[in-house]
Design a protein around this ligand. Structure first.
Ligand SMILES: Cc1cc2nc3c(=O)[nH]c(=O)nc-3n(C[C@H](O)[C@H](O)[C@H](O)COP(=O)(O)O)c2cc1C
Ligand code: SF4
Ligand code: SF4
Length: 648
């Protein structure tokens, strides 16, 4: 055993020394380094164009610099995000936000060619210095606790050596020297709970699988991530795939598995590409494959592309889908740890769960327990979208409050609007009102509040959001994603949706509220899997906390948030309209805006399709386009019989 351990350590040491040498050469050079966030969020914001512009300008000015593609920092609101490390300038590495092609050209000309770092465009310095404020001074940075995302945005996800150089695969080395039972014990002692939604203790799951007497066992990484608005798992795979792969190998070692499956949705092509490359590189270095690092342990991982059904994230449906059948959940027991993929004992864990394993093995169970709360140790990652100033990915210790996350870290609600609600836990999560802002973020507190941790999707909503419409939106999603196996899920969600639909159209009936409550409870009870069991949650919580909104829709035909199209109308406030500005006239797609005798504007309600474009274009100085509910209450402006020409 000792000899074997020596062999493993030597093999790993050789890999790490080579990687560290390459890293030292890269970071120790005086040649400027331009780090560009090239994950999907960066690319969507134009990172490829930014990179092209840097390359072209460097060539034009004959400047030597290295472009270093990195993953996502989590600061999606600031993309394309660029860090310039220019050692000869004497300045620390500087992070720049929203670097479009023009800014890229300016940075080359002014900073790399000239000596002006264009501080007016920077976010902050990546290190503390006397010259430039560091990003770590901002709560969006310093209130985070990065365990899973520690290396995200620091390394090139396509280069295994960068992961190795920053300590990657050290945990695997340690795990290979341990008895499998000792790995399971450490994970159990850490208190880690699965990050895929249900929060099941990971150590216990591994233990069940380890106890199974089977010739073959399987480890599956669940990267299906079907929730609308959630993109944590995609980002991790696109920024640091090796940390997830390392977790899978350690799990395989602990339970005695020889086969691994990375189940990634096909709609994540960049993640699929980077994971595939990462697996090839791991294989080349014998971190995967036969006799890993010279040990007696062999394990390999294949990529399986799921094809976009939300229900395929449910573990038993996922298994069916990999087996080549239609993804449909089945009754449990038997659980996948007993009877999983092709009948083999199978551990299915979420991307974040697996990415937490290496830090636990490296730093110990006690260290992990020192973060977060007693029953929910560790960190939580949320993808926060909606009405916050700084949306993106945030990793925080469990136990942090919703208020602190939304207001202190994510900057609160923009445009001087009020917070109204937060939807936590994906489409089947709950909508919590302001009175729950001091709720700690952990598995049990969120469930007690009527929401759930889910996999980490979070949508923040301001006071212009109609909660009936939000419930309708999420139910529309879950209803379409129902696999159809259970009557209550298949038909019950449809009925719920029909009722919500007619309420948002002002056709609701007083008895609809009781009907919604009854049906929601029945769908929960009569459904087999988590999809049906949780689909009614947005209806239940919005009815509980925002009942008066439902009543206003039904009893008065009013949408208090002015959101439901059938219950609102746009109008022009003649006291505010600037004579002859005409901005709204040109933008209206149905030519509903007419000019009055004194060159002010009016809206022809017959033609108006309520797209709201006129409201967007009317500048804040005038702010002349208003909304009202019910539609009959808008001031009527008489349309001239003979059209007034704008240049009359
Ligand atoms: C409808 C539905 C969709 C799910 N989607 C996912 C998913 O995309 N990713 C995930 O990890 N777990 C998902 N789950 C939970 C999985 O069934 C399973 O509990 C999880 O992968 C276990 O991993 P963990 O122990 O690491 O949390 C879903 C469950 C349901 C009911
Ligand atoms: S609850 Fe819905 S999604 Fe789940 S098995 Fe039944 S019909 Fe399918
Ligand atoms: S954009 Fe505003 S100010 Fe300009 S004409 Fe239209 S309503 Fe009046």
């Amino acid at each position: 055993m000792a000899q074997n351990n020596d062999r493993i350590n030597q093999a790993l040491q050789a890999l790490r020394e080579k990687a560290a040498g390459q890293w030292r050469e890269f970071t120790g050079s005086t040649i400027p380094r331009i780090h560009i966030g090239m994950a999907t969020c960066g690319l969507a914001a134009g990172a490829q164009e930014t990179r092209d512009a840097f390359e072209a300008q460097l060539k034009k000015d004959n400047i030597q610099a290295v472009i270093h593609p990195i993953g996502c920092h989590g600061h999606c609101y600031a993309e394309p995000l660029v860090i310039i490390d220019h050692p000869a300038s004497g300045l620390p590495p500087i992070m720049y936000q929203k670097v479009n092609e023009g800014k890229a050209v300016m940075l080359v000309k002014n900073f790399l060619k000239g000596n002006d770092p264009l501080l007016e465009h920077m976010y902050g310095a990546m290190e503390e210095s006397d010259t430039i404020p560091a990003v770590m001074l901002f709560p969006r940075f310093n209130m985070e606790k990065r365990v899973i995302m520690d290396k995200c945005g620091r390394i090139n996800p396509a280069d295994i050596n960068e992961y190795l150089a920053l300590g990657g695969y050290a945990a695997l080395g340690a795990a290979l020297s341990l008895a499998p039972e000792a790995i399971v014990e450490t994970v159990t002692a850490s208190g880690l709970r699965g990050r895929g939604g249900a929060g099941f203790p990971t150590g216990r799951k591994w233990q069940f699988a380890a106890q199974q007497n089977a010739a073959e066992k399987v480890v599956v990484c669940n990267a299906d991530e079907g929730d609308p608005g959630a993109y944590m798992d995609r980002t991790i795979l696109e920024s640091n795939p090796h940390q997830v792969i390392e977790g899978m190998i350690i799990c395989a070692r602990a339970i005695g598995a020889g086969r691994g499956v990375m189940y990634v949705r096909a709609e994540y092509p960049l993640a699929v590409k980077l994971v595939t490359r990462a697996l090839e590189q791991a294989r080349e270095l014998n971190l995967l494959g036969q006799n890993i690092l010279g040990s007696d342990f062999s394990f390999d991982i294949e990529v399986f592309q799921g094809s976009g059904a939300f229900v395929c994230g449910e573990e038993t449906a996922l298994i069916r889908s990999v087996e080549g059948y239609r993804g449909m959940p089945r009754h449990r027991p038997p659980f996948p740890v007993e009877h999983g993929l092709n009948g083999r004992p199978t551990v299915i864990n979420n991307v974040k769960t697996l990415a937490t394993i290496a830090p636990i093995i490296e730093n110990g169970a006690e260290w992990f327990r020192s973060i977060g709360t007693e029953k929910s140790p560790g960190t939580a990652i949320f993808s926060i979208v909606g009405h916050v100033l700084y949306p993106g990915l945030v990793e925080i210790p469990m136990g942090e409050t919703l208020r602190s996350l939304i207001f202190d870290i994510c900057g609160g609600i923009p445009d001087k609007r009020e917070f109204k609600a937060v939807q936590i836990g994906g489409p089947s999560g709950g909508c919590l009102p302001a009175s729950f802002l001091d709720t700690p973020i952990d598995f049990d507190s969120l469930t007690a509040a009527g929401a759930m941790m889910g996999s980490g999707g979070m949508v923040v909503m301001n006071d212009e959001t109609c909660m009936v419409n939000v419930a309708r939106y999420f139910l529309d999603f879950t209803q379409k994603e129902s696999c159809g196996k259970c009557t209550f899920c298949r038909i019950g969600t449809r009925h719920l949706l029909e009722i919500l639909d007619r309420i948002t159209k002002g056709q609701g009936k007083p008895e609809d509220l009781a009907r919604l409550e009854w049906l929601a409870a029945a769908v929960k009870q009569g459904s087999l899997c988590g999809l049906g069991k949780t689909a009614p949650n947005p209806v239940i919580t919005s009815l509980k906390y925002f009942r008066q909104e439902y009543e206003a829709h039904i009893n008065d035909g009013v949408c208090p948030a002015l959101m439901c199209r059938d219950l609102i109308a746009y109008y022009i406030d003649l006291d505010k309209c600037a004579r002859g500005c005409d901005a709204c006239v040109g933008c209206c797609p149905t030519e509903a805006i007419f000019t009055t005798a004194n060159r002010k504007k009016g809206i022809d309600q017959e033609k108006c399709i309520k797209c709201g474009e006129c409201r967007h274009v009317c500048i804040p100085l005038y702010n002349a386009v208003g909304k009202a509910s019910p539609p009959g209450t808008v001031p009527m402006i008489e349309k001239p019989k003979v059209p007034v020409k704008d240049n009359d």
